[in-house]
Design a protein around this ligand. Structure first.
Ligand code: XIL
Length: 381
């Protein structure tokens, strides 16, 4: 089988050599060639990396990560089910490699995520007999997990998504096992434990759909309460699993502004843009949602028409202009995956679709949207 990533790297190196030669002969200043350089004075540009990339089994992908991005997030390897699959078993094999990956390349290394209801084994909430734990026992379990995981990477992971997705769509607290057993204050406990384990780490509350009115209001109440209680929350992560028409640019703008006015930083933590037909009635990023396959939901199995590439580029460019407007408040924009082939959107919420949500295509070539994002930086940074 052809190794497209290898070919892509060779092609990239070749292009660079030609560019370098041209630059030398014409002595014209070069325009910014990487995302991280284009946005250097605005915010960090991150990417979520997967196991093959962490293990060095995708060298072409790794070269792009190194060249284009200055921050990484682990797509899965620091989630509870991977790092702590059984009560007395911690598995740090992949997460150690993940952290070294970032350190070697002098990147801003993010931890994702400590307390969530998904990708958390059922045993976490039960005792040896299979009965539900009580509040104190679950708090102890949460404390030990956070102490062990955050403590292991103290000073090496610079920011943690501490609590993921604590809110319902109407802004009330989600009745997750954490909330049901511990109560609403599980959120502040998680932040306190994380701060105790690494006082230098930046701590993030992360969620999706915060651009929607009701959910945003709930999040603003939550963050206001945490700040008033002196809970160490530094930033809000807007996941950013967007579509071509959601959220509106106005809602994105309002949302970033609203959190910034509370004195927390804002991160676009999991950016991708879905251009396939919507599979659910309302926009969601709930990983437990599954929708039946249907050819109508997969209109571009063989490639994306140029006109749609352009629309995607315009959408990315418009969103980045909003992020740039809030530079200083927005401190990082992280893409949820490197290339379209890597994206979770190919299998969620419908299995086996051909999705085009990112800036690099299935052969690791920069898409029109990549150039649109570079251009949106405007060379004024
Ligand atoms: C996704 C991963 O990308 C998939 O590989 C995994 O199967 C499910 O989770 N919100 C989050 C992320 O906070 O952790 C999710 O990542 C996407 C939605």
């Amino acid at each position: 089988m052809l190794n497209w990533r290898f070919i892509a790297v060779v092609a990239m190196v070749a292009t660079d050599m030609v560019a370098a030669t041209q630059a030398q002969s014409s002595r014209k200043p070069q325009s910014p060639v990487s995302l991280k350089d284009a946005y250097r004075n605005a915010f960090l540009i991150g990417v979520a990396i997967n196991s093959p990339q962490i293990k060095g089994q995708d060298m072409g992908g790794d070269a792009i990560v190194e060249r284009q991005f200055n921050s990484i997030t682990p797509e899965n390897v620091l989630k509870w089910e991977v790092v702590h699959p059984e009560p007395d078993v911690y598995n740090f094999d992949l997460s150690d490699q993940y952290v070294s990956f970032g350190e070697k390349r002098h990147m801003f290394v993010v931890g994702h995520c400590l307390v969530w209801h998904s990708q958390t084994p059922a045993w976490v909430f039960r005792d040896d007999k299979g009965d539900s734990l009580d509040r104190d026992a679950l708090l102890k379990r949460m404390h030990d997990h956070i102490q062990t995981v955050v403590g292991r990477y103290k000073g090496r992971i610079q920011a943690w998504d501490v609590v993921n997705e604590a809110l319902n769509e109407n802004g009330t607290m989600r009745q997750s096992p954490w909330q049901k057993i511990i109560g609403d204050d599980y959120v502040e406990k998680a932040f306190q434990y994380a701060h105790e384990a690494d006082p230098q780490a930046k701590l993030v509350y992360n969620d999706y759909n915060l651009e929607n009115d009701q959910k945003r209001k709930g999040a603003l109440v939550l963050i206001t309460k945490l700040k008033a209680e002196g809970v160490p929350v530094d930033a809000v992560g807007l996941q950013g699993h967007d579509s071509m028409d959601w959220p509106s640019l106005e809602d994105e703008d309002t949302t970033i502004g609203a959190f910034a006015s509370l004195g927390v930083k804002v991160i676009i933590s999991e950016l991708d843009i879905d251009l396939l037909p919507p599979a659910t009635e309302h926009a969601t990023a709930d990983v437990s949602v599954h929708v039946e396959q249907d050819p109508k939901l997969n209109p571009y199995p063989k490639g994306l028409p140029e006109s749609v590439q352009k629309e995607l580029g315009k959408r990315y460019s418009d969103l980045f202009k909003v992020f740039l407007k809030h530079r200083g408040a927005v401190i990082r924009v992280t893409f949820w995956g490197l290339s379209d082939g890597d994206s979770w959107r190919n299998d969620w919420p419908v299995l086996g679709r051909t999705s085009y949500p990112l800036l690099f295509d299935r052969s690791d070539q920069p898409k029109l949207a990549f150039h649109a994002v570079l251009e949106a930086a405007g060379g004024k940074n």
